[in-house]
Write a protein that binds this ligand. Structure first.
Ligand code: IPM
Ligand code: MG
Length: 356
């Protein structure tokens, strides 16, 4: 039996999580597995209930589970809250406290969705890449950070820090992943300007020597942002810092036609955490319009990386492809003039495909 901590969070989080659970129930039925789901509050929902975005009980539940499934956190309701208490802080604390230094965001456009991409289909059809984002270091966590006011000047400051140990472990992760793919790693940094990137580049090059079969090239982040649009098919594994990975993964996700399709796995500690890369989308929350596929594909990553259920993961991914290929689209990927399906219907269709 596998214990899953379910942290649905805010906005569209609860409705996409509901569809993920529906699909996991179908997986349990078909593969004769048992999953136990335990829910806890996180993000703005937890602030409203307990005054704090990551209550102690929620953290403990996550730590005691075999995997964490997370929906989304944040929304305009909590915009005025100070950083220490914002919904997003729950996510950052979970990543740090669970030791999840490696965030995997695979980008593989579905053949039936090539027309949904803002880029020409011929640019997209070769795309099969994965962003390996460092998740517990860099400017998100560096100190000093803060706000002060001197002589009437309001000043905000953050610090980008990388140690060689932090770079080494994420680099190893990237080379290992590349070993099972087409064996090419692109390391993205800003080594022409930042000392933290100098360390990054030096350590990645050194770690590469342990992986002679993998090809490595270094790319500056501004060039990478451009290359992702000019020729996205050139990339296989992209390894980069927390901040650059945040930005480049949203850009790369859009190649698939919608940010709503992008899953992610955060690994490195004893418990993996799985969440879609999209946010809480408060504008469409509760309207049955959200695309649950990012969350559902995150469940597939959970089956693969935390539970070793490779067959079930593949079947789930195949089910998503089939349902989309059959023409069922949520509004974010729906062609003009066609009728979109709702969040719940999409989940129902994918679950049915798994059992069939
Ligand atoms: C992501 C999100 C988060 C991040 C936010 C919500 C804190 O954008 O997972 O990419 O910046 O890491
Ligand atoms: Mg982001």
């Amino acid at each position: 039996m596998f214990n899953v901590a379910v942290l649905a969070g805010d906005g569209i989080g609860p409705e996409v999580v509901k569809q993920g659970l529906r699909v996991l129930h179908a997986v349990a039925e078909r593969w004769n597995q048992r999953f136990e789901f335990k829910e806890a509050a996180v993000g703005g929902a937890a602030i409203d209930l307990y005054g704090w975005p990551l209550p102690e009980d929620s953290l403990r539940l996550a730590q005691a589970s075999d995997a964490v499934l997370l929906g989304a956190v944040g929304g305009p309701k909590w915009d005025g809250v100070e950083y220490e208490k914002r919904p997003e802080k729950a996510l950052l604390d979970l990543r740090q406290k669970l030791g999840l230094y490696a965030n995997l965001r695979p980008v593989r456009p579905l053949a039936s969705l090539l027309d949904s991409s803002p880029l020409k289909p011929e640019l997209i059809k070769e795309v099969d890449l994965i962003v390996v984002r460092e998740l517990t270091g860099g400017i998100y966590f560096g100190s000093p950070r803060g706000l002060n006011e001197n002589d009437g000047q309001l000043t905000g400051f953050n610090t980008e820090v990388y140690t060689s140990a932090e770079v080494e472990r994420i680099a190893r992760k990237a080379f290992e992943i590349a070993g099972g793919r087409s064996k090419r790693v692109t390391s993205v940094d800003k080594a022409n300007v930042l000392e933290s990137s100098l360390v990054w580049r030096k350590v990645v090059s050194k770690v590469k020597q342990d992986y002679p079969e993998v090809e490595l090239n270094h790319m500056l982040v501004d060039n990478c942002a451009m290359q992702l649009i000019r020729n996205p098919g050139q990339f296989d594994v992209l390894v980069t810092t927390n901040m650059f990975g945040d930005i480049l993964s949203d850009e790369a996700a859009m190649l698939t036609g919608s940010l709503g399709m992008l899953p992610s796995a955060s690994l490195g500690g004893e418990v993996g955490m799985y969440e879609p890369a999209h946010g809480s989308a408060p504008d469409i929350a509760g309207k049955d319009q959200a695309n649950p596929i990012g969350l559902i594909l995150s469940c597939a990553m959970m089956l693969r990386h935390s539970f070793g259920l490779e067959d079930a993961a593949g079947r789930l991914e195949g089910a998503v492809e089939k349902v989309v290929a059959a023409g069922h689209r949520t509004q974010d990927i729906c062609p003009k003039g066609a009728t979109p399906v709702g969040t719940a219907r999409m989940g129902e269709l994918i679950a049915a495909e798994i059992i069939n």
